[in-house]
Design a binder for this molecule. Structure first.
Ligand code: NOJ
Ligand code: CA
Length: 689
């Protein structure tokens, strides 16, 4: 009763309140509540305990209940659960207001403004007498909280069977999600269902409540811990379940330690969800110092031919990575202004059974028909950089043994970006054991892989190499701390279009914008201008949509994925791709709806120019673009690439495109027609006075 009254009271108050510090003895007898609010007062948190003395938290926004009281805690493999018998021993509040600069990204400056409260829970002696702090940060557009396990008598190491953080979502709504723990990792088609029809989802998972509120559940700073999957327990109540481990316990950590932050972006609109830096703000600042050796850029590669099956990664008559072909790609890159040339299949080890095994991969020895040092020198002469490739087949035992030598080799040759790969089914990672020759099987997003990826990124940084991981662990904003972790896959990319007609449906990219992309940059690999995969399998895309992808799906390394012969057939589009930046000082979602369409306006980090464009789903529509972000008094000369009359992804009309030039000034409006499966892109160059 006391609990309920206090909670109701707290929900109404937009100020940070805390109960007086309680002595443990007193705290065991009286249930109490701690409340806190976001800086503008719109989001109010209440932390308490329930009738079973389980720690709970709840959230309201603008006076409406958003997260009903939801439990907090852990199940251990070697001790009593840490779920009940808790009382609040005290709390500490604080606030932050900062603005920090990104070395590269969707925007140059990030605002970090929050109120925070750490609630100190103590467990009764009979339940184990453990201490557990929960640290909440309340922003105006989201919430993050993490467990902080302090040093304490009787608990040296936590062996966590599972984390039982609950999210009881009060209002009804719709969810966009992919299943967690399934064989194909994150490379799945998004499902759109009512919230109460989700099963177990990977994060980020996006929800739109019936009142229009947009939510995204995710996590920040996933360091030395297992990723969580969001599992629906009943109705609209979800809880964390951690990715499994070969060790039994899903996480093993010595105290003191902090878990990753559990995050919820909260916004009135889709734009509020997209223009939101919650997870970045919850990560530690840059630990690498000056990373100007990494340059955001576009690249081409010896890649699409292997994905389609025209060439092979393995040695032999179809081998893709030959010295001759690589020189052709370097020449093309130099001619058209691409900084990077990716070459896959350059190394020994692809001849055997690599998929899900990876025992034979060498990361230092090239195939006889590929002259790595010679090509690195040839590229350098032409102002181009090779992009390296480390496919592991999921065998990190083999990779970690060679990691330092591999990065040293690349760093020494000026190969300053490496694409890594972990092609193996979920649970198929082969990790080294303690004894020589011993191995363990792990998940791509378990604690061992969280450790592995940081080991790779830190080793690479020592040699000034940036990392782009495929079949990765999900992005949780660690690029802030390690800005050489520049990209990753972690969703169905362009590659699926090589393998079947409309393999990624027309709504795939307009869904990615509001789901996967909320976690960070994606190496989607746009720019298949031929609009066909193997055996002429058509893409669910118009030509203009291929250009729109450069604005819709952010990455500081953006590929033009098609064969160079195909890119050359579309000189106007190639010119746009060559010019579009991969680094922005501002990014705004100017029109869009989850899963339907997304139009962005982005300002070049290195000039006054703006780029506008994006992608559409299967429904033709006309959107009115605004130009409110342009500098007042300036005129911009725009080159527009848009769907031609009658264009549609469903027929050969997918190549119909219209070019237009005109001027724009701040405040202008422009009606843009988007074809089924269409898109658009514009370059706005500030006119000289
Ligand atoms: C899957 C990756 O997504 C793809 O880009 C790569 O070419 C292959 N694995 C081989 O490493
Ligand atoms: Ca992949």
């Amino acid at each position: 009763m006391l609990n309920t009254t206090l909670r109701a009271c707290a929900l109404a108050l937009p100020f940070v309140l805390t109960t007086p510090a309680l002595t443990p003895a007193f705290a065991q007898e009286v249930r109490t509540a701690v409340t806190a609010a976001s800086p503008d007062g719109s989001i109010v948190l209440t932390v308490s305990t329930d009738n079973d003395s389980r720690p709970t938290w709840s959230l309201s926004r603008k006076g409406k209940l958003l997260i009903a009281p939801s439990k907090l805690g852990f199940i251990l493999t070697d001790g009593l659960n840490m779920v009940r018998g808790f009382s609040i021993a005290g709390s500490d509040k604080g606030q932050g207001n900062d603005r920090w600069e990104q070395p590269w990204g969707e925007r140059r400056f990030v605002t970090d403004r929050y109120n925070e409260v750490t609630v100190r829970f103590r467990q009764s002696d009979v339940q184990g007498a453990r201490l557990m702090n929960v640290h909440f940060r309340l922003f105006d557009d989201g919430v993050g909280f993490r467990y902080e396990l302090p040093e304490q008598p009787g608990l040296k190491t936590m062996k966590i069977a599972d984390e039982t953080t609950e999210f009881d979502i009060a209002p009804k709504g719709t969810a966009w999600w992919i299943p967690g723990g399934e064989w194909n990792r994150y490379e799945q088609v998004y499902q759109k269902t009512p919230i109460d029809a989700v099963s177990t989802a990977h994060t980020p998972i996006t929800m739109r409540l019936d009142d229009g509120t947009h939510l995204s559940f995710h996590e920040a700073a996933l360091v030395d811990y297992a990723a969580y999957w969001l599992k629906r327990a009943s109705g609209q109540t979800f809880r964390t379940t951690l990715s499994p481990s070969s060790q039994g316990a899903r996480v093993i950590r010595d105290l003191p330690f902090n878990t990753p932050w559990r995050t919820i972006r909260i916004a009135d609109s889709a734009a509020g969800l997209v223009e939101n830096d919650l997870e970045l703000n919850l990560n530690e600042p840059n630990k690498l110092g000056d990373v100007s050796w990494f340059q955001p850029a576009k690249y081409i590669g010896i890649w699409w031919g292997m994905i389609r099956g025209d060439w092979s990664w393995a040695e032999g008559p179809k081998h893709g990575a030959t010295t001759t072909r690589t020189k052709q790609y370097i020449d093309f890159a130099a001619k058209h202004g691409f900084r990077g040339v990716l070459v896959e299949g350059w190394d020994k080890g692809w001849n055997g059974d690599w998929f899900g095994h990876g025992d034979d991969f060498s990361y230092t020895q090239s195939t006889p028909d590929f002259d790595l040092p010679g090509l690195a020198a040839y590229a350098k002469k032409k102002g181009v950089h090779l992009i390296g490739h480390h496919e592991t087949g999921g065998n990190i035992a083999n990779y970690e043994a060679q990691l330092d030598d591999a990065m040293k080799l690349y760093g020494g040759l000026g190969v300053d970006v490496v694409k890594t790969g972990y092609v193996a089914d979920a649970g198929g990672i082969i990790a080294p054991g303690d004894k020589p020759g011993e191995t363990h099987m792990e998940y791509h997003d378990g604690q061992r892989m969280a450790q592995h990826h940081l080991r790779v990124v830190e080793t690479a940084a020592r040699y000034h190499v940036a990392v782009n991981a495929h079949e990765p662990i999900k992005d949780t904003g660690l690029r802030r701390t390690y800005p050489n972790w520049v990209g990753r896959e972690g969703a169905r990319g362009m590659e699926y279009n090589a393998w079947g007609a409309f393999a990624n449906g027309p709504d795939h990219e307009p869904t990615l914008v509001y789901t996967r992309m909320l976690s960070g940059p994606m190496d989607f690999t746009p720019g298949v201008l031929s609009l066909e995969g193997a055996d002429h399998a058509p893409l669910a895309s118009t030509l203009a949509k291929q250009l729109g992808l450069y604005l819709a799906l952010y990455s500081p390394i953006q590929m033009a994925a098609d064969f160079i012969e195909n890119l050359a057939k579309y000189p106007s589009e190639l010119d746009f791709i060559a010019k579009v930046p991969a680094d922005w000082s501002e990014s705004h979602l100017i029109a869009g709806a989850v899963g339907d369409y997304a139009m962005f306006a982005r300002k070049d980090r290195n000039s006054e120019n703006w780029y506008v464009g994006g992608v559409n789903d299967a429904t033709a529509r006309t959107v009115t673009l605004n130009f409110d972000y342009l500098e007042p008094g300036k005129t911009y000369n725009a080159t527009i690439y848009k769907d031609g009359e009658g264009a549609t992804y469903l027929s050969d009309a997918r190549h119909r495109i219209t070019y237009e030039t005109r001027t724009f000034r701040k405040g202008d409006r422009y009606d843009l027609w988007l074809a089924p499966g269409g898109g658009a892109a514009m370059r706005l160059v500030a006119a000289k006075k």
